[in-house]
Ligand binder design. Sequence first.
Ligand SMILES: [Zn+2]
Length: 484
Amino acid sequence: MTQKRLLFILCIAVCMLLLTLSACNRNSEKNVVSPIYEINVTYDGEYKIHATENVCYFNNSDTTLTQITMALYANAYNEGNQPFSKDVAGSAYYNGLSYGGITVSDLKIDKSPAEYTVDGTTLNFNIPQLESGKSINLSLEYEITLPECTGRLGKTPLSVNLCNFYPQICPIKNGKFVTHDYSCYGDPFCSEIADFYVNVTLPDADTKIATGGSITDVYKDESGKTTYEIISEKTRDFGLVFSKSFKTTTKNCNGINITYQYLSDEAPEDTVNLAANALTSFSKAFGKYPYSSFTICETPFAHRGMEYSSLILITDKMLAKERELTVIHETAHQWWYGVVGSDQYEEAYLDEGLTEFSTAYYYHLQGDDETFSNLITTHKTNYQTYSEYLSSKGIPFDCVMTKALNEFSSQSEYIITAYDKGALAINSLYEIMGEKKFNKAMQLYFSENAYKIADVSCLRKAVNKYSKQAGKTIDPWLDGTVKL
Ligand SMILES: [Zn+2]
C-alpha cells in the first residue's frame, strides 16, 4: 500500500515535470497529461461494492475550467432504466428484474468538501478556476449496488462483472465535456486514456480475478480478505471480473502475458492460441500491441463479448465458431477502441466497422482467403436481407451511418448499420486501395491517433494520404447514398 501511494505521488511529480517542460516548448505538439486514478475497491461478497477514488486531473484543454462532469455509468442499472435491448433483457435478468446503481457519499476537491449534483449517469460539480495546464485533485467515496444480471456491471450466477463501474471524468471536446445518455444499443461510452492504480479487496482467497493491466501484488489479512494490487497504465478504461469458478490458463506471446480465466470452454488452449495469433497478426498489419498483458475472461454475459483495454469479456454461452469470431473481434478492438479511441456513441460505425473488417481480414492474414471472402459476403447478405425485409413491410430503411446510438430505432438497425455496413465500407477502401496502401493507411491512422479520440476525419486523412480516390468514397457510405 505504502509503495503504491509512493508510486502514485511519483507519477504526479513526473506529470507535473512534463507539464512544465511542455510549457517551455509551445510550438511542438501539445503535451497531454492523462488523468491518474487511484481506486480502492472492497467487495462484501454479496451485492455491495464500497470504493474510494482519488483522481489527479490535468486541464489539457485551452480554456479555464470551472466545472467538471463525470460519467456514472453504474446508474444505467437504476430502477426505471433499460440498460438492455429487448432481445437480451429476458436472459440478462436471469432471476427477474433487478436494479443497481452508484451512490456517491462524499466528494472533496483538493481536500475540501464540495457540493455535487447527480443527474442519471452524470455527476457535476463546480471547481475553483482550473487554468489550462494546471491540475486538481478529486477524492470520492461511493457505494455500488450490483444488480442481478449478466450486464457489464452485475452479479451473475457465477461471477461479478465489474466494468464501467467507477466515476470517470468525461473527455473534453471543443471546450465541453462529452456526455451521453446511456443507450441499450451498442457501447454508449467515450473515454480518454488514463493511468489506473487499483486495489481490489475480496472477502476470501478462493476468488480469482480477471482484469486488464498487471497484478503487481496479492496479500491476505488475518480475516482472510485478499487484496490485489493492479496497475493499468495508458489504458482507456479499467475493468475486472471475479469468480470462484474461474479456471486459468496462460501463454506468453512475444512478451505479452496472455491470461485466460474461463468457466466452461472445452478447448481453452485453442482460445488462448487464437488470441495470441490475433495479437501477432494485427500487430504486424496495423501497429504493435502496446501493453505487456492481455486477459480473456469467459463470464455469464448478456452480449457475445465486450472490449476493455487489455481485457476482453466473452460470454460462456457460445458455440465454438461463435467464440472464435468473438475472440478475434474483441481482440481487434484493442486497436480500434483501445489504443485509437473514438466516440462510440456518436460514431459507432467507426470502431465497429474497422473491427468487423479486421475480424474478416484476420483470416486473410492466416492464409484463409475463403473465410475472409465468406465473412464479407455475409455482411453484404445481412444488409440486403434486412433492407428487403423492411421494403416488403413498407418500412423505410434509414441507412445513414452517422447516427448517434439514441437515433437507432432497433438493435437490428444498429447492428446492420454499424457492423455490417461499417465492415463493407472499410472493405470497399481495402478493395480500392489494394492491400499494401490500405495497410499503410491503417498504420498511419493507428500511429497518428494512438491514445487519442479519433473521428472519421482522422480516418479520411490517413486514407487520403495513400489514395485520394478512396478518400472520396467515404462520405457516400456515411450519408447512405451508396447502394448495396
Ligand atoms: Zn465490437
